[in-house]
Design a binder for this molecule. Structure first.
Ligand SMILES: Cc1cc2nc3c(=O)[nH]c(=O)nc-3n(C[C@H](O)[C@H](O)[C@H](O)COP(=O)(O)O)c2cc1C
Length: 181
């Protein structure tokens, strides 16, 4: 355990470990660092007794393929969060580069977010968008609360992909994929 080492045995490595736990990264620097990372854009949807919710997110990633598991990170202040927590279900829609308007729509505070949006509602599932690059229906297996957010780890119960290129987000702007030849 940190701090248990005999300083003479831990040597300079032990001293570095202690120094690192005391270091604080400035919030603005942290945000500037994270803006350097480009990512895909998803809309997380939830269906709570027929009431539909959705929010744009970039905090989505694969955990492992066996069993098929993903995670999302959701701010507890969002309207969608309590419904994921209650139903323990959600869908992830990986947006295609034709769906920037949907990304913007679900990042806002519209009262009727789903108006004019084409989606399929599977039995006992959450909205899967028509025209998305992929959609996954997920069942929550674990929740971890960290600061303002919850990490939802979930088993993928159903998944579908289309031959469409994904929408990207980098440095507060939407982008398209282009290959380096
Ligand atoms: C590109 C982009 C990515 C975002 N990623 C996340 C995310 O990963 N997690 C999160 O909690 N909010 C994220 N947000 C913010 C939510 O989309 C935003 O707070 C939304 O208004 C929440 O909607 P709700 O309150 O209706 O659920 C992101 C916003 C944008 C524009």
């Amino acid at each position: 355990m940190l701090g248990d080492e005999n300083p003479s045995e831990a040597g300079s490595q032990g001293a570095n470990a202690v120094a690192q736990t005391e270091r604080r990264v400035d919030a603005e620097i942290f945000k500037a660092v994270m803006r350097r990372l480009a990512g895909g854009v998803v809309v997380i949807t939830a269906n709570d007794n027929g009431n539909l919710y959705g929010m744009t997110a970039t905090a989505f990633c694969s955990v492992c393929a066996d069993p098929p598991t993903i995670l999302i990170i959701v701010n507890r202040s969002t309207r969608t969060h309590p419904h994921i927590q209650t139903t323990r279900k959600f869908a992830v829609n990986i947006l295609s580069d034709r769906q920037r308007d949907i990304a913007e729509r679900f990042a806002g505070k519209l009262s009727d977010q789903f108006a004019g949006v084409d989606y399929i509602l599977p039995p006992d599932g959450s909205p899967a968008f028509v025209g998305a690059a992929a959609s996954l229906q997920c069942d929550v297996t674990q929740c971890i609360e960290i600061g303002t957010h919850t990490v939802f780890i979930a088993r993928v119960a159903d998944a579908d992909a289309a031959e469409l290129t994904p929408l990207l987000y980098h440095s507060a702007k939407y982008h398209r994929l282009s290959a380096i030849n």
